[in-house]
Design a protein around this ligand. Structure first.
Ligand code: MG
Length: 300
């Protein structure tokens, strides 16, 4: 009996690729096998019915197991090496600051113990390279010694062209919600305040999808808006926010003409913010989807 069962069962797993389905299949086949054996002493009609049910089940299994393909000629994804631990740069990252030098930047801030420290009054620093859509990782710490309040306490910012993700000491520091740490400045507050206390290292993982703009006769047309997604200390705080335009201090956001790729900038807002482990990965513009080169089909 068990030899008979194994003949029925063994070809099936490679077709269904599903353990739960395999278990269901096994017990259905076991029941039918016993039923067919018992029916050898029963009327011929019952044997025929059992055989018919068995045929339908096998046919249904093959139909359900067909492997649908989209017909889109996807390229095999490039193999990269991820960082050894969370926050470490993967092999395809561009390192903007690793503790040793500022060769990727247009201006010098001070480097102290492998940390990049804002020099108040010297001005913001920008990358020499320009970027479009990116994944950016950086770590920052606001001054351990608290001074000032609101927007005057531990203020900096990371700018993708004219679009700012706010950096601020927002640990028990009141300010307007769309200006606190991890806000998209003057556009949307973070979903939660995930700030660590002053002086502690914090992380940003930011996904920036650049807008596509067209300028005709001095008028800016938005072909595709920009988007931000932000993780602050590993917590999702901005979930695909659709940019309303440049993040401006003294007037409503509006899209302004700019090049498709722009420098990334760290803001000098008068506070000694420290930075480390800054890297970036260039990514395709949002939701790029290839056209199928053939009709969808079933792979046999
Ligand atoms: Mg700022």
């Amino acid at each position: 009996m068990f030899g008979g069962i194994s003949v029925i069962v063994t070809p099936m797993p490679s077709i269904r690729n599903s353990l739960p389905l395999d278990i269901v299949w096994f017990f259905v086949m076991l029941g039918l096998h016993v039923k067919v054996r018992n029916s050898q002493k029963e009327p011929r009609m019952l044997k025929r019915t059992s055989a018919f049910v068995l045929f339908i089940l096998i046919a249904a299994t093959f139909v359900a197991a067909q492997d649908w393909r989209s017909g889109i000629p996807w390229k095999k994804p490039e193999v990269i090496t991820p960082g050894a631990k969370p926050g470490d740069p993967p092999s395809d990252a561009i390192i903007l600051f690793d503790g040793s030098d500022m060769s990727e930047w247009n201006r010098e801030w001070s480097i102290e113990n492998g940390e990049l420290v804002c020099v108040p009054g010297r001005g913001s620093i920008s990358t020499k390279r320009t970027f479009g859509s990116v994944q950016l990782h950086l770590e920052f710490a606001t001054p351990a010694e608290v001074s000032g309040r609101g927007q005057g306490r531990g203020n900096s910012g990371v700018f993708f062209g004219p679009y700012e993700v706010q950096i601020l000491d927002s640990y028990e520091n009141e300010t307007y919600p769309d200006g606190q740490c991890a806000s998209i400045y003057k556009q949307v507050p973070p979903l939660v305040n995930a700030s660590r206390p002053p002086g502690e290292w914090q992380t940003y993982s930011i996904i920036f999808n650049r807008p596509e703009l067209k300028i005709e006769d001095g008028i800016v047309y938005v072909i595709r808006p920009g988007y931000f997604t932000v993780f602050h200390n590993g917590v999702l705080v901005v979930n695909r926010h659709q940019l309303l335009g440049s993040t401006l201090f003294n007037r409503p956001s509006v899209y302004e003409a700019h090049e498709p790729t722009l420098p990334i900038r760290l803001q000098d807002h008068g506070n000694k913010i420290r930075f480390r482990n800054i890297w970036v990965r260039e990514i395709p513009d949002t939701n790029v989807r290839l056209e199928p080169t053939r009709e969808p089909y079933f792979q046999q």
